[in-house]
Design a protein. Structure first.
Length: 206
């Protein structure tokens, strides 16, 4: 589901940072009317693609080089779902991601929000909450390698929606899901690079 977007008004410095990041990334599907010309601003699609690239880079590094590494060695610190109540533990990748999303949602100047969702959630917070989120997750599973773009109205505000596949990028990801006590019998057995859910980015269209 593609749609035509209006242009975002953002600061010149943030625009420059986005354009620099865009030089090294590209979306899987172009939305009609999308443009990356600096003079006319940054489209909703290009903005979403850029912030998602940063999110995934940070998450992949944390999952691969911190969490998985700690699990494979006898380290004094270990990753744990219950890190807030246990000593010498750190958050899991999904928890780190959710904490970042909360901080962004509390920042009125951010201009966007994002969330991690899944058709097979271990945490109720990660269940899809709208028809568009359900549609997006189904699309990501049925169309490997493609992104989902669309529109949604919530509380009288129209949003541009971008959804990206959340893949099992590190052993810590799929082993945690496959062995978790909240895992239902109907959930698939995940392996490397499987689509485990989706990252939903929302941008108000004003």
């Amino acid at each position: 589901m593609n749609c035509k977007q209006k242009r975002l008004r953002i600061s010149p410095w943030f625009r420059l940072a986005l354009l620099l990041s865009l030089a090294g990334c590209s979306g899987s599907a172009e939305a009609p009317g999308d443009s990356r010309e600096a003079a006319s601003g940054v489209s909703h699609k290009s903005f979403a693609d850029a912030v998602h690239a940063v999110m995934m880079a940070d998450r992949t590094v944390y999952a691969t080089h911190v969490v998985t590494r700690l699990k494979k060695q006898e380290a004094p610190v270990s990753p744990s779902e219950y890190w807030e109540d246990e000593e010498h533990t750190i958050p899991l990748p999904a928890q780190m991601f959710r904490m970042g999303a909360t901080l962004v949602s509390e920042d009125s100047t951010a201009g966007f929000s994002y969330a991690l969702k899944s058709k097979w959630p271990l945490n109720e917070q990660n269940k899809p909450k709208s028809d568009v989120e359900v549609e997006a997750l189904d699309f990501l599973v049925d169309h490997p390698g493609e992104n989902f773009y669309g529109k949604e109205e919530l509380g009288g505000t129209e949003y541009f929606i971008a959804a990206y596949a959340d893949r099992a990028v590190a052993e810590a990801c799929w082993s945690c899901h496959n062995e978790h006590s909240n895992r239902l019998d109907t959930y698939p057995e995940f392996k490397k690079d499987d689509v485990m859910g989706g990252v939903i980015v929302r941008i108000p269209m004003q």
